[in-house]
Design a protein around this ligand. Structure first.
Ligand code: ATP
Ligand code: MG
Length: 303
């Protein structure tokens, strides 16, 4: 897999003073820094040296992270490892204290969730922010409704577009006019993901998407994740369920005590290896991270 082309070529530090409201650098700066003919093949999203503390607790300690377009990365680790904190740093819910974030090679400052949305970064939580009393279409277009030339809601257009996206994702629902409270957990999860697609997301973050789901619903959500990958999105999935992880994920990034301690290609890894990295069992008590160092690699002390 190609690694860090433009992202590492660009001088970034002086750009940070010139971010626009959207979190992106100003156009003039962008023009002067991006080689116009180069095709960017680095990570869609890259984080470098991310640290975050809550009082005395160092929840993230110099973490590097990267996910490519058309890739599903599994973010795993024990309770309190720092997974949600890392996701919150990307989604703008809990910006990091230190470190840099690059979207398609360009440095971005994600200081609130609105900026993340504008940049095409969508987060889907297990406790979904759907409105139970509204139907599927209303939920899909909440906050970005389409209007007719007369200023009324264009229900037909929204329904058509909603159906199109749900069909692309192969989501099965009784009706797009069904009230969301009547749907199953898996169906609700699917609607939240479809919403992300409708917002033209580039990166989708899923925090424990199958934790509360039954077998059939879990299958549906895993299938959905595959569809997101097929559509070229960069997908990050937090999960405690290694069976799910191995079924759908291309790469696993393991966190422990606020550090990234290992990276694995799922195709050439066993769940036991991942469990060992999660617990630190085989690798002594102190693991260090130096960020990504290739696939199937334990980052730190090789005992
Ligand atoms: N808002 C907060 N205030 C104080 N400490 C926090 C806060 N959020 C997280 N932490 C601490 O940061 C560390 C990492 O927490 P985080 O929620 O990122 O873990 P996690 O890997 O998502 O765990 P889990 O698998 O249990 O969801 C923990 O020690 C946690 O107690
Ligand atoms: Mg968590």
């Amino acid at each position: 897999m190609a690694v860090l082309s433009l992202a590492t070529m660009q001088p970034t530090s002086h750009l940070e003073d010139s971010m626009t409201d959207s979190g992106m650098p100003t156009t003039g700066q962008e023009m002067s820094l991006s080689p116009p003919t180069a095709i960017y093949d680095g990570p869609r999203l890259r984080m470098q040296g991310i640290s975050k503390s809550f009082g005395a607790v160092r929840a993230l300690n110099n973490v590097d992270f990267e996910v490519y377009a058309g890739e599903v990365v599994g973010l795993v680790g024990d309770n309190g490892a720092g997974k949600s904190t890392l996701i919150k740093a990307i989604s703008g819910v809990g910006p990091c204290d230190e470190g840099e974030i690059f979207l398609e090679g360009q440095p971005v400052k994600i200081t609130n969730p609105q900026i993340a949305t504008r940049l095409g970064i969508e987060t889907v939580y297990q406790d979904l922010a759907l409105c139970d009393n509204l139907d599927v279409v209303s939920n899909l277009f909440l906050g970005r409704e389409e209007n007719t030339p007369f200023g009324t809601l264009n229900e037909m257009a929204m329904e058509r577009r909603g159906l199109e996206v749900l069909h692309t994702l192969d989501v099965k629902l009784p009706s797009v006019r069904a009230i969301v409270s009547t749907l199953s957990g898996g169906q609700r999860q699917s609607i939240a993901v479809a919403k992300a697609i409708l917002r033209k997301a580039k990166v989708v973050l899923l925090d424990e998407p199958t934790a509360a789901l039954g077998v059939a619903q879990t299958r549906q959500v895993l299938q959905l994740i595959r569809r997101l990958r097929e559509q070229g999105l960069a997908v990050v999935v937090i999960s405690h369920n290694l069976a799910d992880v191995f079924e759908v994920v291309d790469r696993v990034i393991v966190m422990r005590l606020g550090r990234r301690v290992a990276t694995f290609d799922t195709a050439s890894t066993t769940p036991e290896q991942v469990v060992a990295a999660i617990t630190g069992a085989e690798f002594g008590t102190i693991l260090q991270t130096d960020g990504a160092n290739g696939n199937g690699a334990i980052e730190g002390n090789k005992l």
